[in-house]
Ligand binder design. Structure first.
Ligand code: FAD
Length: 437
């Protein structure tokens, strides 16, 4: 039997029928909910094992939070979500990107400028920031009981506190008071490769997988022997479900569980929040303003802390774009305010740095507002202080038929595409083991 073909047929036909009962000759398939990196990797693992599966996805595209947005024009594609292959030495996406011939830039080679109150930072200000960051690594270890990054940094004085705030907001998307230092300490480190089109790479790598798009899981009934998944297109019967929706979606309660999730799972979910790392891409007319002339990146900070620190990428991969990056509560406010306000606010910040010529050259903008996106509800998972074990708790199968997966469960690879991918594969192998396949 051609197993690939069987998986394909299961995936594409079950949702075409009026009654979406996903039964195959060999019994119900495994249903994978969510076609981000974790769900795609899980489905691919099932396909390789020859097990029937159905992969459903709420959006009209695959990739989830790995998404290359082309809506500002083909010449202005940018990654609205993931862009770096972190810990590249062991990340499965590093060899995939190289084999695919992706354009890659390596961190450490960029010309960066630090502006404070709109002017270049003085030597003393730069030295103070360097001092804050240099001692931070040693401070951000649990050293006994878990606590927040803010608390751990406080021992290092004001410079360390400021550095911890920048790190928490601009790499984790969260306020430093709400991040567990023990969880942070567990995250893998290594080289960062900046891929031109990480989202497009993920989508093309898994393009041959059959996916039922526009299919929203609304309920999961695991009271019987298998699992019944209610979707906006009708119910699906499954032997087991691999649920890869972000923990923000699980926490929001938009998927009803019957019976309710076990207390241990609910408790673990409460220990994980979603950070609000946010990007606003501004398109500038290259005939009116040459962004390449102002260096690769500009960090714009305020000495009085009145405005949020923004990290602007200038002309990434030579595109006429300035991409504002921000995180934490300021980013949440911007997402809630909506695209027009966010684009106007970031245009103001850019003009504050580069002058009104830059403002006049702006011809469009996009807010990648993951915080208000109903299928993401944030950028990526953040463990709250005292909840560093929440990720592991979620990895335990529920009644051997509901398996959670995704970046939030990704061990040291949490918060990343690589971690989500590895975790999707882990969950698929766990299901296959339980089903004896
Ligand atoms: C702004 C930003 C920058 C980032 N930068 C990086 C980076 O540089 N490097 C890096 O490695 N990672 C980065 N990340 C994180 C990375 O994108 C994620 O960790 C990873 O993509 C998560 O994959 P996942 O499969 O776990 O979840 P997702 O990609 O979110 O996939 C889950 C899927 O489930 C779908 N879904 C949700 N609800 C339902 C439902 N009810 N029914 C059906 N489907 C549903 C969603 O639409 C989605 O497609 C970034 C994320 C953001 C937002």
């Amino acid at each position: 039997m051609n197993l690939d073909r069987r998986s394909l047929l299961t995936g594409s036909l079950l949702l075409a029928a009026p009654n979406l009962r996903a039964a195959t000759r060999d019994g119900p398939p495994i249903v994978v909910v969510g076609a981000g990196a974790a769900g795609l990797a899980a489905a691919d693992t099932l396909r390789r094992a020859g097990h029937a599966f159905a992969l459903i996805e709420a959006r009209d595209r695959i990739g989830g939070r790995a998404f290359t947005d082309r809506s500002l024009g083909a010449d202005c594609a940018f990654d609205a979500g993931a862009q770096y292959i972190h810990w590249a030495e062991r990340n499965p996406w590093a060899p995939i990107a190289k084999a695919a011939g992706s354009r890659i830039a390596v961190d450490g080679t960029w010309a960066r400028t630090l502006l404070i109150d709109g002017r270049p930072a003085t030597d003393a200000e730069r030295a103070s920031r360097r001092a804050g960051f240099s001692g931070l690594d040693a401070l951000l270890t649990p050293n006994g009981a878990d606590r927040s990054i803010a608390e751990a940094a406080a021992i290092g004085g004001p410079e360390a506190v400021q550095a911890a705030g920048g790190l928490a907001r601009l790499s984790l998307g969260e306020e430093p008071e709400r991040v567990s230092v023990a969880d942070y300490d567990r995250l893998w480190s290594g080289a960062d490769l900046w891929v031109d089109g990480y989202g497009a790479l993920v989508a093309s790598h898994f393009a041959s997988l059959p996916v039922a798009l526009g299919t929203i899981a609304e309920g999961i009934d695991w009271s019987g022997q298998g699992v019944r998944i209610a979707t906006n297109k009708g119910p699906l019967e499954a032997a087991a479900v691999i649920l890869t929706v972000p923990v923000g979606v699980l926490g929001a309660g938009t998927i009803r569980f019957a019976p309710a999730l076990p207390e241990a799972v609910e408790g673990a979910l409460q220990g994980l929040g979603m950070g609000a790392y946010t990007k606003v891409a501004l398109r500038l007319d290259p005939a009116r303003f040459d962004l390449r002339a102002v260096g690769d990146a500009v960090t714009a900070a305020r000495s009085d802390g009145a405005d949020q620190t923004i990290y602007f990428e200038m002309a990434p991969f030579d595109r006429p774009l300035a991409i504002a990056n921000l995180g934490g509560d300021g980013a949440r406010e911007l997402c809630t305010a909506g695209e027009a306000t966010a684009v106007a606010a970031m245009t103001d910040r850019l003009a504050g740095i580069l002058g009104n010529t830059a403002r006049e050259a702006v011809t469009g903008g996009r807010l990648a507002g993951w915080w208000t996106d109903p299928f993401a509800r944030g950028a990526y998972s953040v463990a709250r202080p005292g909840h560093a074990d929440a990720r592991e708790a979620l990895r335990r199968p529920i009644a051997d038929r509901v398996f959670l997966a995704g970046e939030a469960l990704g061990d040291g690879g949490a918060m990343t595409v690589g971690g989500a991918t590895l975790d999707g594969e882990r969950a698929a192998r766990a299901v296959l083991r339980v089903l004896g396949s």
